[in-house]
Write a protein that binds this ligand. Sequence first.
Ligand code: SIN
Ligand code: CO
Length: 344
Amino acid sequence: MAGLSQEPDIDSRIISNQDNNWQLNHGPFDDINALCIGAWSLLVQSVDHYIPEADALMRAFDFIPHWRMDDLMVSYSNKGAGVGPHLDQYDVFIIQGKGTRRWQVGLPAEFTHVRPHRDLSQITEFEPVIDQVLHSGDIIYIPANHPHNGVALDACLNYSVGFRAPTQQELLSSFADFALDKNLFQKRFTDEKIASRDFSGEVKIDEVSRFKNLLQQVLEKEHFSNWTAQFLSQSATHQGDDEQELEQFSIQEINQLIDDNTGFVRSLGIKPVFVEPQSTVREEFYFYIQGDEFSAPITSKQVVVDFLNQPVFNIYETIPEKHRVFFVQLLARLVNAGYRYPEY
Ligand code: SIN
Ligand code: CO
């Protein structure tokens, strides 16, 4: 975890409390020891994208749809540490790894909010309805907006499976980006008749409704479901590894690897998302990984979905002859985007 917290692409924090003086520092950290004072916790986001066991742990929650889950946050706390009583906007499963931790959880109510540090939001107190010591392997579920406080009774590792809960503002902003990217929704307002009015500055209620209707039409289009899948395929907390130079493969090189019987391994944390196809009218099946769009002929949908579910993929064992040419192309795109890699 200390290693991960040195990486610039990885979101990490150290929260410490010494003599009731709370400090919060954001990574990347050069000298982690300087910040680990008093009772302290190191918290690292999106660990499922970097550590195979963390990816596997998150996949143990596959009974919940991928789109509803966000990332696996891991925290290490020394004895007595915690982040203080607080509320979260997200539902979360917290798994107790190493050590023991006392968890108190209350019911939603009005609370007094305090900021002992500008980036640390806490509440002063709450009435617990759950007060339990968690041991290795125990899990506690904390719904959004339920006050909670976890205090490490000894050195602790905690794994938090966070749920995705976007706001209307985030939805709107992402949908607008999608529309601009794809140059969609060019229909313009028109009116055949225009009502007279006493003040030319006035906008009639009926006109407001027609603008609303113009916008509502946007949401009825098929694009809306594709945008939904694209939006939900992007982890809110994982920033991606843009700077990383990915080795690029030509179709011939991918074919050569296939001939050499090379398996193609799914990259960590990768969870493709697609919308349940609604009718046979559509000819393309779209799926999304980290916001990137991929498509396949609708007739290959089942083989594509089976392929996406496989941690290691071997084309000869899986793909019927008639789908192979298309599959090699899809595989090359996925490998070149960093979502699969050849197992040498
Ligand atoms: C932690 O894992 O240290 C804190 C998690 C939380 O209370 O949200
Ligand atoms: Co919390």
